[in-house]
Design a protein around this ligand. Sequence first.
Ligand SMILES: [Zn+2]
Length: 271
Amino acid sequence: MKKYNYRFKLLSAFVLCFFSSITIYAQRNPGASTRQDANNMVGGLHKMDVPILCYHNIRDWRSGDTKSEKVYIVPVALFKAEMKMLHDSGYHTILPDQLIAYMTKGEKLPSKPVMLTFDDADASQYTNALPELNKYGFKGVFFIMTVVLGRPNYMDRKQVAELAAKGHIIGCHTWDHHMVTKYTESDWVKQIEKPWNDLKKITNMPVKYFAYPFGLWNTNAVEHIKKYGFTAAFQLAKKTDKTNPLFTVRRIIADGNATAPRLIREMKADF
Ligand SMILES: [Zn+2]
């Protein structure tokens, strides 16, 4: 009986100690007390679970468009249906600053957050996508390759400036879309430094975000992008790099062959 008592006391002391340490931990770390939160961290940051869509051309298919090109060409009616479905399903567009504040500091996001990104500066993004964004008060992120600005079928500098002035975000997408994994030292100046400065002049704002052409990156490129002072960089659907989560933010292509419900299903499955 004595032995039982001793064990019982020891067990009670242990249980008491365990629960009081949990209470102290929870008081010191509000919001960090549940197991679910711990699972939601990657490399010291909040897990990137916001769906990010990547668009290129928003226009109707032409007879010469190949099957593989159609992945990147979203017909206008489909884009309209997708924006309407996002809006009607209660999604809110967020911008990269909000995403970074969420990932680094756990700051709150609106309910059902989604990020809409547009690569390459195609004119159809301005003429066909922008009116749909405006309809729902959505904001987008436009990753510009500067070599095309002012060329036929691409945006011009004035349109890029207007997007920035209206609260959309302008990001850098190199000078002429060469993949960053193959750069020599002089390429970094030509492909990143000069276009980056150019975009800062066009928008009269800091340019904090970068998108890798073709979504391709390697560790050397990540180090260069960091060194230039970008806040984050966006890839496509490869796994986030655990040591560089802010510089390998995942996106999925909004496929031109999709339907609006299929897009929503893919967003839920991928993030
Ligand atoms: Zn691109």
